[in-house]
Write a protein that binds this ligand. Sequence first.
Ligand code: FIX
Ligand code: ZN
Length: 411
Amino acid sequence: MNRSQLSAQVARCVNRTPVYDIHTHLYEPAFGPLLLWGIDDLLVYHYLIAEAFRHIQLPYDEFWALPKSRQAELVWNTLFLEHSPISEACRGVVTTLNRLGLDVKKRDLIALRKWFARWKTEDYLTHCLEIAGVEKVCMTNSPFDDQERAVWQEGFTRDERFTSGLRIDPLLLDWPETVGRLREWGYQVTTNFSAKTIGEVRRFLEDWTRTIRAQYLMVSLPPDFEYPSRDLSTSLLTKVILPHCQDYGLPFAVMMGVSRGVNPALRLAGDGVGPSRMEALQNLCSDFSRNRFLATTLSRETQHSLCVLARKFRNLHVFGCWWFTNVPSLINEITRMRLELIGLSVTPQHSDARVLDQLIYKWDHFRPILAQALTDKYANLVENGWSVTSMDIERDVRDLLGGAFVRFCRS
Ligand code: FIX
Ligand code: ZN
């Protein structure tokens, strides 16, 4: 196989292999309005709002007081009409519309809205998954979200294309507030963290692990998160969360390095980044060798340490180019570094989609980068006499797009 045949074969395989998207903020249709889709939701994505505010002079509060359609128009006018939409998040909207078959060069928001209005959620969901080449989507499910909790408590028939991750940020990061909520829901917890409280928090985790059929537990952590530490997070991890994960055979996923509310006026768009303390993850992997950890970090600076840690601890699985690293230049750098340092035991991408249609661009933008990186690696081998078969390529790509994650979760 020569270089161009190899490149074509890898690209074909990467394009055709269905993805298991292991971290999103999408919901299955039973959640009704919580499943966002369509042009207005695409335009009010918090990535775009942050960018639009660099141009518009409107006070934050006045923007938030506008109806969604007006906010969307402001973003559209600012980022798509008054400037060229070259940022990754803007480009994503153009890619998505184009792949849906819409004529983007008309720049006609009214026509776009008309097109979307013709769809029913269920049909559109199937359509988007098909175009994106995604076969399974893991939701972020939080019992602390009132709207979402009500749906789980009501009960519904699961859509097998969706799986669940149990999100527990408030439990680990805001214990005083969480005590109040848990008590409200009938768990007999107190702030002092007694044996009784430990049992009750475990009961809470058990109830929700079963209710949502969790594939993993997940938390996002600030850059200064430390383990071990003197604060309550260490007690919660060692006495409640990690024992629970062990009992239920579930990985614990950490998303490290987010500084919440750097600019609170921007709401969801106001979070920032900082280099996380990687010793915390190292200590967790080492102290809890019978637990499994999924990890991604938000800062560029910590990507190399994360790969090195994965070489030391087989109970650590690296995933995704998260949020501010989900831009082509960094995906390229990070993905190549991961392939070079940890080979194929990694899940190089997740979408983090908040709006269904975003699955299309997030995966469309990632696939060629992965294909190119893999082609280069295979070509290095071929140059030295190794043969790469189509079965090898298919196996490797399946692993990278979800297979390695599934195996890690079952191990
Ligand atoms: O914590 C998370 O799961 C983050 O992905 C979100 O908080 C963030 O708002 C986001 O959408 C990033 O892509
Ligand atoms: Zn997320």
